[in-house]
Design a protein around this ligand. Structure first.
Ligand SMILES: [Zn+2]
Length: 435
């Protein structure tokens, strides 16, 4: 028996005896803290209805009651948001919490994963303070996302609830590879590259072993990399089927980065839960997604930022050109998919633009066809459904986590109110109090 096993057993013995002693002393269990929120206007994200003068009753990290008829016991502390509109904490289903672009060449050659790891918690806090209490992180190097998620869950650093994908699963020479440099240039990092069914299965097992909550597949080429095409498929149908089948075996969902029409359809056929980007989707792809209930997570804000800023950061022209090619088409196709009734979840590719600006996408979703209510539902109930967490986030209802935000005006009339979140609570703890 090795040393680590022995010390683990010693720890377990300690825990068992400690529990017995405390049971013998008969000390009363500490009651979870009770708080109430008085909401001037409360958005029901399931129905889109708004109720006035409602109360939310919270015990520990969960909501126990919500609505206009709720009575608040006299001894319970009340947070007064009577002049605010209150909603559940927002959810961004496409973030890269560990990354934010600086100079292109510095990022590649002068920084290491340790630089990334050191700064990631700053981005996590910014995201939470912007009202995003849950994120799905779809790609990070070196399992930094796992470490960040765990540190947040332990309460060591401040940030949103996270589901993490770890390394993106991609093909050699594809969107996840480092392209455009000498073949002699090697980075000593974990590789998310896998070719063929056997390598794919092994990589997914490796990711699950070290903490992946979901699997992110790179089904097609991409924009922010130096390979030639934006839309070409980068895995065969057989490979994509293997990714989804292997992930399912471990109880994991698959998100597919996919711009091109053929890659989107292969990924949908393979059974992914969501298509990310979806820029060049065709009518057949839209029909397939609708039929199968595949979510579209379209990052339709960041095009503005990339076009305005990425040249200054030293990104190669060919990358900026690719963005110009797909930016508008992606928005038009988002509108088409929305009209056709494809399920939509809010995802922004945060980390491509500065963290904390996530809510800027709401205005674009409204401009391209959604009502403000639908845009908010994409970032609450729909997002929660995509994450498989609809029992705990995206709603203000008994049993859900006490993740609550508030804004001054009415976001159902002016959705940009969500860019100015004035109050944030996560799990019953206030991280941004009203001034
Ligand atoms: Zn992304």
């Amino acid at each position: 028996m090795n040393k680590r096993v022995i010390s683990l057993i010693a720890c377990l013995c300690f825990v068992i005896s400690f529990t017995v002693i405390s049971a013998q002393t008969g000390e009363p269990k500490q009651q979870p803290k009770r708080i109430a929120i008085k909401a001037g206007r409360l958005i029901d994200t399931k129905t889109g209805a708004v109720t006035n003068n409602a109360f939310i009753l919270i015990e520990g990290d969960k909501i126990t009651a919500a609505g206009p008829g709720v009575t608040v016991p006299a001894e319970v502390e009340v947070i007064d948001l009577k002049d605010k509109t209150v909603a559940p904490g927002l959810i961004d289903c496409h973030t890269h919490m560990t990354f934010q672009p600086g100079n292109y060449y510095d990022d590649i050659f002068r920084k290491s994963p340790i630089d990334v790891a050191v700064i990631a918690h700053v981005y996590a806090r910014r995201t939470l303070e912007a009202g995003f209490t849950t994120v799905r992180d779809v790609g990070a190097g070196e399992f930094i996302d796992v470490a960040l998620r765990n540190a947040i869950n332990r309460g060591d650093v401040v940030g949103p609830r996270m589901q993490v994908a770890t390394l993106t699963v991609g093909a050699t020479g594809g969107h996840g590879d480092t392209n455009g440099f000498s073949p002699y240039l090697k980075f000593g990092s974990f590789s998310g590259l896998a070719d063929g069914v056997d390598e794919i299965r092994k990589l997914i097992r490796f990711e699950v072993k070290y903490g992946a909550d979901l699997i992110k597949m790179l089904a097609t080429a991409g924009v922010l990399s130096e390979e030639e095409s934006v839309g070409a498929p980068q895995f065969s149908q057989e490979e994509m089927n293997a990714i989804v089948e292997e992930a399912k075996m471990w109880g994991k969902r698959v998100a597919a980065h996919a711009h091109g029409a053929e890659g989107i359809k292969r990924a949908v056929r393979a059974g992914v839960t969501s298509i990310e980007h979806g820029s060049l989707i065709d009518d057949e792809g839209i029909k397939m997604m609708k039929e199968r209930g595949t979510y579209l997570v379209a990052d339709i804000y960041n095009d503005d930022y990339i076009i305005a800023e990425f040249s200054k950061l030293g990104y190669p022209d060919k990358i900026i050109e690719k963005e110009r090619m797909v930016g508008r088409t992606q928005r038009e196709n988002f509108q088409k998919a929305a009209r056709a009734g494809v399920k939509l979840a809010f995802g922004t590719d945060a980390g491509v633009y500065p963290h904390g600006w996530n809510a800027k996408q709401f205005a674009h979703m409204v401009k391209w066809g959604l009502t403000p209510t639908q845009a908010i539902q994409a970032a609450t109930v729909n997002a929660a459904d995509l994450l498989g967490w609809n029992d705990r986030v995206g709603v203000i209802a008994p049993g859900a986590f006490a993740d609550v935000i508030a804004v001054d005006g009415d976001p159902l009339k002016d959705v940009t109110e969500l860019e100015r979140v004035k109050f944030v609570m996560k799990g019953g703890v206030v991280y941004k109090p009203t001034k």
